[in-house]
Ligand binder design. Structure first.
Ligand SMILES: [Zn+2]
Length: 189
């Protein structure tokens, strides 16, 4: 086996120093190789090398605007795969967490939704994002009931063209715009 690509978070134990020669961004504590930031980790078992490539410092900072897809939801967090940061496409996918009010009967987005969010920081090693701001929210989504296409029917209301059911989501102002994923952020800042 020649290359295990995994994502690591700050503080993650990656390997024992006796077993692997570390390369890249890391620190050593008690003989353990530890990730210092959100990183892509490549383990080369043949050559006994472990390469730790920091992803966040290079690509993502607090306040940045990211685009990603809601992978799955586990109250009170949605796990989001980020594929774009400040309108630049990422090479490796970065995972982030988005808090939502667990008391809401319906979350303000659904699994599979494409969202625009702001990076609010790192908590317990996880990249945290938020969609509260006016410009943030769902860019694309499918009907939570039947998977059909949705059209906007109000500020945060959608209606399914297939089953007719209405749903509430926190929408970005350019929901379902073809330009949504390629917006020029210079007019927001
Ligand atoms: Zn539907």
């Amino acid at each position: 086996m020649n290359g295990d690509n995994v994502q690591a978070y700050p503080g993650d134990n990656l390997a024992v120093i006796e077993e692997f020669e570390p390369l890249g961004d890391y620190f050593i504590e008690n003989g353990q190789i530890i990730a210092s930031k959100v990183s892509k980790v490549k383990k080369d078992k043949t050559n006994k090398q472990i390469e730790v490539l920091g992803l966040v410092r290079k690509y993502i900072r607090k306040g940045d605007i990211v685009t990603g897809q809601v992978d799955y939801m586990q109250k009170p967090f949605a796990h989001v795969i980020i594929f774009r940061v400040n309108d630049k496409k990422l090479y490796g996918d970065i995972k982030a967490m988005l808090y939502f009010d667990p008391d809401l009967r319906l979350a303000p987005f659904n699994e599979g939704a494409i969202i625009r969010a702001r990076v609010i920081g790192l908590t317990a090693g996880h990249l945290m994002i938020d969609i509260q701001d006016e410009e943030m929210g769902v860019l694309e989504a499918k009907c939570p009931n039947c998977g059909g296409p949705l059209v906007k029917r109000g500020r945060n209301m959608l209606r399914c063209l297939k089953c007719g059911k209405s749903s509430f989501m926190k929408l970005a102002p350019d929901f379902y715009s073809s330009k949504a994923r390629h917006i020029n952020y210079s007019n927001i800042f």
